[in-house]
Design a protein around this ligand. Structure first.
Ligand SMILES: [Zn+2]
Length: 395
């Protein structure tokens, strides 16, 4: 990555975000798109749609029976975090948590607090209460650190998340951050748009970027987008491509490259389109990509599948998924306690190359198994004499 790219990645990773509080991430994206004159608009549920200037243009593009399938690259702008509920006294804020969370060592953990204007202070978690399932934090109190920040804002304007030494920092090739999931995906979509549109923003590549909201609580923004019905009425082929950062697993190792995601905890993805993706990965990242079902979690490709859209996925391996200290590392005080997420620079670089190659026109979408079919046919022919042996048939 060059200096400009690194700066943009740091800027995105520094934005405070939590489910339904994605405005600051969306603002960075929109500012970049305006600067490069890349068409975009905000859909009725607040997702940022890249590649078309309005809902009308989008529907027209989907109605155009172009032979080139439209790739819809999606990444979510939120990350697990909390909403302020009410002030308990001058320094204590009651909160509701949204999405996954660490389950241990939560008492005393540091958090950042923000409003629509940005981060205004820091606090510590007190009296954490897990949901009755035991799978995530439900409520807690936040004790504000600086008495000067007391009750500066109405409780309901405040949101926050787990805080570490900085929003983002690098150690060797590891990038530590409060939230790589899924801001790395947001970054990759913007970079894909920059590369695909060129400098004047005039070329229209066969690609739409979709930056979604509220993924961490059940793909709410993506479902809102599907429910608009625009994609269901498309006259041209569409392929939903989920970009994610997801929990490292055996054979999905940090630093070994982005992963062709064959499926998630809910479902497998569309086999024909996965074949195209896998071939593209073998070509542009030989020996530097991975391939497997990432069943540590589910993603928007599962939601797309449920809503009838053929879907595939790409993901970068993620350490300390949802800030749970599974893998330890810097600023992880105790295993399974609050910890910064981390990703590997080489995996992000690979992700950019893969996305860029995937939106190029002319890939073999119509007949992805052509080579395999030829090879297998030839092989079958080779054995045809054995197949015809009568004694073998009698058995
Ligand atoms: Zn995610």
């Amino acid at each position: 990555m060059n200096l400009r790219q690194t700066r943009l990645l740091y800027e995105i990773l520094s934005q405070p975000t939590s489910p339904f509080r994605e405005d600051l991430v969306a603002e960075v994206a929109i500012r970049q798109l305006l600067h490069r004159q890349i068409p975009h608009f905000v859909d009725p549920v607040g997702n940022v749609v890249i590649g078309v200037g309005s809902a009308r243009d989008y529907r027209a593009l989907l109605r155009d029976p172009d032979a080139e399938p439209l790739r819809i690259l999606a990444a979510h702008m939120d990350h697990p975090g909390f909403d302020g509920a009410r002030w308990l006294d001058n320094r204590r804020l009651r909160i509701h948590w949204h999405g996954g969370s660490p389950l241990k060592h939560l008492g005393g953990a540091n958090v950042w607090l923000a409003t629509r204007e940005g981060v205004f202070g820091y606090g510590q978690i007190r009296k954490p209460k897990l949901h009755k399932s035991g799978f995530y934090l439900e409520t807690a109190e936040i004790q504000l650190k600086n008495p000067a920040q007391v009750r500066q804002f109405p409780a309901r304007e405040i949101f926050g998340g787990l805080a570490f030494r900085a929003p983002v920092w690098q150690s060797g090739k590891r990038l530590y951050t409060k939230a790589a999931d899924d801001l790395v995906g947001v970054f990759a979509i913007l970079e894909t748009a920059f590369a695909a549109y060129g400098h004047d923003g005039k070329k229209r590549p066969p690609f739409i970027g979709l930056l979604t909201r509220g993924e961490e609580v059940g793909f709410v923004g993506a479902i809102g987008h599907f429910e608009l019905g625009w994609l269901a009425k498309a006259k041209r082929k569409t392929i939903f491509v989920s970009l994610e950062a997801s929990r490292t697993l055996p054979n999905a190792i940090l630093g070994k490259g982005p992963i062709v995601r064959l499926g998630d905890r809910r479902t497998v993805y569309q086999a024909d389109y996965l074949k195209v993706l896998s071939d593209v990965a073998s070509r542009v990242l030989p020996g530097r990509h991975q391939q497997r079902i990432m069943d540590g979690g589910a993603c928007e490709a599962a939601a797309a599948t449920i809503w009838g859209l053929p879907a595939i996925g790409i993901t970068v391996p993620l350490g300390n998924y949802h800030n749970q200290g599974f893998e330890g590392g810097q600023d992880c005080a105790a295993l399974q306690g609050p910890a910064p997420e981390f990703v590997h620079i080489d995996d992000i670089q690979g992700l950019l190359l893969l996305c860029r190659a995937l939106v190029r026109p002319g890939l073999n979408w119509p007949d992805p198994w052509q080579q395999q079919k030829l090879r297998l046919t030839k092989n079958a022919k080779h054995y045809s004499k054995l197949l015809k042996r009568s004694d073998a048939r009698k058995k």
